[in-house]
Ligand binder design. Structure first.
Ligand code: HEM
Length: 160
């Protein structure tokens, strides 16, 4: 039996395998990657590594964490379209630029007058991660069954 006919017979609901819930996350993430890589190259060229913590956080919180959230929200739209996902999105995306700017300012000038902004933005970023964790624990349940069902059908080894 041909693979396509088995797939179409087993997927009458024609649900997309992924949703668009994570697209904006992934687009923002790749902007952070571009900024993080540019900063890394600038540090290397100037042999000045003062901003190493900014580079590391732009890449790891900005690129890696946002991209992972985007991929997870695309695979699990029930989580991606929830109120907690919106809380996660706004807390993280408002906190991160402030946090990176304040950290860069403190590191380059030694002036701690922006420390309150740094602390508040760090707390907001941490709260975003709590919202993310709560969202995944509360909203992955139903989607798990759908994804497993599609995976079984789409696996050519099982059809052969
Ligand atoms: C072309 C891309 C990149 C360049 C040119 C670059 C450059 C650098 C440089 C020059 C340092 C400082 C090294 C030192 O102090 O000895 C550094 C540190 C670091 N980079 Fe990158 N980087 C790039 C991409 C990335 C990416 C994609 C990530 C993570 C997803 C990343 C994560 C880190 C971390 C965590 C550190 C701190 C390491 C430590 O303090 O021991 N970098 N990078």
């Amino acid at each position: 039996m041909r693979l396509e006919s088995v797939q179409s017979a087993a997927q009458p609901a024609a649900q997309p395998a992924v949703s668009s819930a994570g697209v904006v996350w992934i687009k923002l993430a790749v902007l952070y990657l571009a900024a993080g890589v540019a900063l890394g190259m600038a540090m290397g060229m100037r042999q000045d590594f003062t901003l190493r913590p900014v580079h590391a956080h732009v890449n790891l919180l900005g690129w890696t964490t946002l991209a992972l959230a985007g991929i997870i929200y695309s695979i699990f739209p029930q989580a991606g379209n929830s109120v907690l996902a919106r809380v996660h999105f706004w807390l993280m995306n408002l906190a991160l630029p402030v946090m990176m700017g304040a950290l860069a300012y403190v590191l380059t000038t030694g002036d701690v007058k922006v420390l309150p902004a740094l602390v508040v933005s760090e707390l907001a970023a941490a709260a975003a991660i709590v919202a993310f964790a709560a969202n995944l624990f509360l909203n992955l349940g139903g989607a798990e069954r759908d994804v497993r069902g599609q995976g079984e059908v789409a696996d050519p080894a099982r059809v052969a």
